[in-house]
Design a protein around this ligand. Sequence first.
Ligand code: SF4
Length: 262
Amino acid sequence: MKNITYFLPCKPSSIYINIDDRCLNDCLFCIKREGPVFYGSDLSLTGNYPSASEIVLSLKNMQGWDLLREIVFCGMGEPLLRYDCVLDVCSEIRELRKSEISIRVDTAGLWWSNNKRLDILDHIDILSVSLNAENTAKYEELCNPKIDKAYDVLMDFLKNIKNSEETYKTTGRHFPQIRLSIVDTSEEQFIPTSGRQGYAEGTFPVADYDACKKIADSFGWPLILKKLFRDSRDEYWKDKSFEESCARGIPLEFCKNCSYRH
Ligand code: SF4
């Protein structure tokens, strides 16, 4: 089935899984605002959400499956709105590839408002949580959440992860790496047009890196600054495969360490 998986050009050994197009945010910088095509892949799902077995099958059947080193649940929406499906895929991948492959989930965390489960932490290697802002007002402006008190939900989610981390560590259980992220929105020209509407030049909200870093430090986790995608709509990417190295002709070894995209 198409639309399930895609790649980012600078991460040739990582495959990204598009599991859902729904989200509890409507971020001003979301790539979805510019349509479903992303680095040559049409990621529109329009309610046809792939099952766990369809996702696993599409991974197993892809060229280069044995070369993959990382699977990332990300896509055009919030993966953990399909919590059980993510769990099922993770279990199956682990069974098939053991520790040869790292599993990461990117989440905005707001699904926590109606699903207080954290057993996903037993199945993954990295959990990347979008912090996006240093306070409620900035979060509301940048992310347009569809639920009440979204930033409080996010903070509660993070506190519960931290509690789990402490419990896991005292009992010697494996705990995934946790990382927080913000998006550098200072390069306004790369914000989707609909997200920029109503903002005069130089007035678009930008997360305060230092204040966000303090939040990340208070949990003991790293903060990642993500750059806006700038060329993901280019025709150039059509029909490119994940095995190819960076389009800029940079050697593959460099690409693997590139932090330009995540
Ligand atoms: S949380 Fe992610 S998927 Fe959801 S609107 Fe924001 S950028 Fe888009």
